[in-house]
Write a protein that binds this ligand. Sequence first.
Ligand SMILES: Nc1ncnc2c1ncn2[C@@H]1O[C@H](COP(=O)(O)OP(=O)(O)OP(=O)(O)O)[C@@H](O)[C@H]1O
Length: 255
Amino acid sequence: MDLKIRDVGHAYGPLTVLDGIGFEVPAGRIVCIVGPSGCGKSTLLRMIGGLERPDSGEILQVGAPPAASLNPLTFIFQDFALLPWRSVEGNIRLVLEDHRLGAAETERIVAGVLARTNLTEFRKAWPRQLSGGMRQRVAIARALAVSPAVMLMDEPLSALDAQTRELLMADLVALWERERFSAVYVTHNLAEAVRLGHRVIVLSRRPGRIREIVDIDMPLGERTGRMAELEAHQSRLWALIRDEAEAAEKELVGG
Ligand SMILES: Nc1ncnc2c1ncn2[C@@H]1O[C@H](COP(=O)(O)OP(=O)(O)OP(=O)(O)O)[C@@H](O)[C@H]1O
């Protein structure tokens, strides 16, 4: 399933946050959204996921989601959003409970996503027993359990330290290489955008408009071995948003 975002605009009262946003998310691709603080990245993601309706424009789902998809658009948040009173397995089962799957089918899905995210031996653990990185792996496993057509990821690695971020990025790349999932990935971290994005949407300062759409034509699995090229992409992205990021920063500090 592809997503087409067409001429999306939105305001909260007098505050225009998005203006004329248009891009496509082709099936099997990771599209990153970057831009200065407060430019409307999370708002745009919520609209893509149907949590909010844009004032203007449209967001189209083109083509069918995977046959087994229980929830075509599935969010993964920065704070993991795990229920502390449920085990790893219980957190994953949660998203399957409303779907009237038989016990055997539920078990097949749970065991499958635990294996795909290397969490099988942590099945009975409680969230409080896990590191931040492991918790986010559980959140990713839970998202995979509903076979999403597109994963909507809002700063999924921002709460993690640099080393854990590296490990999770490598996990995501390995997962993508096996499964070719589709994702819209919001981040303020340009290093993540160039490691994970097939396409990077650069938004301007609020109201968020498209500054540029940068396609990074380098296989994800090769990127850690081609750091110099990646850094060139990253510098280019930074050049696009530096001035506006500075201005946005001052605006936030000044109220
Ligand atoms: N429900 C809402 N009601 C009113 N204003 C809102 C609402 N949600 C977001 N905003 C405002 O819209 C603007 C864009 O917010 P949003 O969270 O989408 O930006 P962002 O680019 O994700 O920011 P950051 O990089 O800081 O996370 C901000 O000024 C924010 O305060």
